[in-house]
Design a binder for this molecule. Structure first.
Ligand code: AMP
Ligand code: MG
Length: 334
């Protein structure tokens, strides 16, 4: 592949072209309500191998299978009572469920990293669902960026990372939610929050009528959430979190009223001047990219409350600020 074709989502042929490309083991980036996903046919080992290579994603990090409707989800996984009630309340939407694989689940083993569980999501974005529906099979769609980088919320972000590595990007404008889906495992025992995300924990707990459990031994290479790497979502610049003042050559990522010394900053962007967490989530990744592009070596980030979508925002910022590992020996070579 030379350079990805960019197709406007309003082009009447867009969905058909995307589905044809996926059917031929192509890689197609498309908008979902959370971030842009990089789609591949979930039943094709060849397509999934290409996807891991294009992202430089370690193969121990399994993928989320996207479906067009509940019937499609039930061909992949077994739903217990907790899962059924979450689906009823929140699908389609930014909620991924990790469930026991269905006995004849057609998803390629490479997509689930050999686990007997599978992550499934029914996205709210109509374009994402239309593409899956047109293909007629589940589509794996991790964020459309090089592994470890900042996730894309526009088609331009996708092309900046992957133009020479994928076949097509559908441009549907900026993603509305801006952070990845919340992941909840519904296996044996109480539901577990594997990753905070675009659906607030409080909303899920209200439906379950109980607090979400936290993973056993969560973190680096934990078998239950193998992809929750400590360093992820990382810009080139270093991040300094919970900053209440700005250093001389720092860029500032503000939230709410900026500190009085904000004028010293080399550049200032505000996640939400009105301290709205949904607006902050939608702006997070694109503001990180813009500040990174100023050439600042340090980005000071204002404190952000941990409630609601603030839990996901703080999670992404913590990973973006974490020390960067050397490349994984098991990662797919570039
Ligand atoms: P991404 O596609 O990069 O947003 O990440 C998907 C996340 O889902 C990763 O953190 C994976 O570890 C997690 N995931 C996918 N499948 C499973 C599974 N079967 N069990 C636990 N976590 C999973
Ligand atoms: Mg990602």
């Amino acid at each position: 592949m030379v350079t990805a074709r960019r197709i406007s989502a309003s082009d009447p042929g867009a969905v058909g072209e995307a589905a044809r490309c996926l059917a031929e083991d192509g890689l197609v980036a498309f908008p979902t309500e959370t971030v842009y996903g990089l789609g591949a046919d979930a039943t094709s080992g060849t397509a999934i191998a290409r996807l891991y290579a294009a992202k430089g994603r370690p193969r121990f990090n399994p993928l989320i299978a996207h479906v067009a409707d509940l019937a499609g989800a039930k061909r992949l996984a077994r739903f217990g009572t907790a899962a059924e009630s979450l689906v009823e309340a929140f699908w389609p939407g930014p909620l991924t469920l990790v469930l026991p694989k269905a006995p004849d689940c057609p998803v390629a083993d490479l997509a689930t990293a050999g686990l007997d569980t599978i992550a499934v999501r029914l996205p709210a974005h109509p374009l994402a669902r239309d593409i899956v529906h047109a293909l007629g099979r589940a589509v794996v769609a991790p964020s459309a960026n090089r592994s470890g980088h900042v996730s894309p919320t526009t088609a331009d972000h996708v092309l900046a990372d992957l133009a020479a590595r994928i076949d097509m990007v559908l441009d549907g404008g900026p993603a509305a939610v801006g952070v990845e889906s919340t992941i909840v495992a519904c296996l044996d025992g109480a539901p577990v929050l594997l990753r905070p995300g675009g659906l607030a924990r409080e909303a899920i707990e209200a439906v379950l009528g109980a607090p979400l459990a936290v993973p056993d031994g969560a973190g680096e290479k934990s078998p239950i959430a193998p992809g929750m790497l400590k360093s992820h979502y990382a810009p080139r610049a270093r991040l300094r979190l919970n900053a209440r003042e700005v250093g001389a050559d720092e860029a500032l990522l503000a939230f709410g009223p900026p500190p009085s010394d904000a004028g010293h900053a080399r550049a200032v962007l505000n996640l939400s001047a009105g301290a709205d967490l949904a607006e902050a989530a939608a702006n997070l990744f694109s503001h990180l990219r813009t500040l990174d592009a100023t050439g600042a070596t340090l980005i000071a980030v204002a404190p952000i409350p941990r409630k609601g979508l603030g839990e996901a925002i703080n999670d992404r910022l913590r990973r973006a600020a974490a020390p960067r590992p050397r490349p994984e020996p098991s990662a797919t070579p570039e």
